[in-house]
Write a protein that binds this ligand. Sequence first.
Ligand code: 5AD
Ligand code: SF4
Length: 436
Amino acid sequence: MKKLFVKTYGCQMNAYDSARMADLLAPLGYVQADGPDGADMVILNTCHIREKAAEKVYSEIGRLRVLKAQKAEGGGRMLLAVAGCVAQAEGEEIVARAPAVDLVVGPQSYHRLPEMIARFSREGGHTLAADFPALEKFDALLETKETGISAFLTVQEGCDKFCTFCVVPYTRGPEHSRAPQAVLDEARHLVDLGARELVLLGQNVNAYNGGGWSLAKLCEALAKIDGLQRIRYTTSHPNDMSDDLITAHRDNDKLMPYLHLPVQSGSDATLEAMNRKHRAADYLRIVDRLRAARPDIALTSDFIVGFPGERDADFEATLQLVRDVGFATAFSFKYSKRPGTPAAALRSQVAEDVKSARLEALQALLGRQQHDFDDGQIGRTLPVLFEKPGRKTGQLVGRTPYLQPVHVEAPSAMIGQLASVRVERRTANSLHGSLV
Ligand code: 5AD
Ligand code: SF4
């Protein structure tokens, strides 16, 4: 038995990929450990979207190098692999800068890990796989062995949109959708293992077009799986919010009334400079259509403040869009340069203190909206899917259709079940209620 530690950075797509890598290595005798001490293999599954991502990975490698040397002193060996988007972006550069790294594997090449490990054991040296073959990796990956009540399922990867601030089109490659049959097979398998909710993942998940199927059609087929209670998907782009997907929110009972739809800015000038290919009014129109189809739909979004050239009036337009829409929750970031992206080269960078002030103002507004949204559930009776035990004994944690966590006194046998819960109060980050 060998110990495997996978450290995951960044998005849900990475969490999914980490689980698949662990599945893939299980037949080679690797069992997952909670930390890197004494591990026979450590995989850093990296993310490139935040600032100084690569630097953080290099300093983590520096720490692991010490553990690796200790293991070697004891006559053992710790394999160190860098996976994910930093692996894709940096490639051979990683091995040049950090010789402690044995394997570099990009997001499209995970299925080659066992082969890479074998080759490495035979030949030593460093092994690199960071090209962009199509998405066949999923079909090569072994079946999942374990799942929670809510399971991620990747249906699409990559992005062709090239927003000028973003590295994803460079690190994850072009848009590609998995075949619907492969998705349905994996979905049935996850439900057999106990999953009751599927979260379909993709960088542009609503651009899904596997085998000519739209995402709405895929959700319709998934909804027929007995035992599956809920379907969610993330992350969507406004331009791919097609009519059939909007009506699916009305017609497909299992599709949850919740949508993460990043807008980034409320200013047309900024949206243009970001190459977002939609305007603020387009976004508001989509929101209207969604609410016409599903009046209670909870909307969430991503925002960037301080994009190069953003003036006070542009930022004000973002605040106005937030007031007009009313979000259930949202993520907001200060713009930060990503090397190699067009916006990083713009001369009109916004001063740091201006970015900080804008972020604070935006987060204050979004925070108030989130509290209003959560308070709006108090007194309502909602279907809650119980996912796991709560921190206190006798308590379970479940989620409302709007993805809010709710703490409820309930027997542990109810994990995996949907039940009606009356929401009674809100604490800082969660709701509390009781079974009806
Ligand atoms: N600076 C700040 N935020 C960014 N994001 C992506 N790239 C950058 C960047 N260069 C944010 C976007 C995206 C989310 C995942 O991360 O809002 O939707
Ligand atoms: Fe990045 Fe834009 Fe693609 Fe989203 S749509 S992954 S922000 S390039």
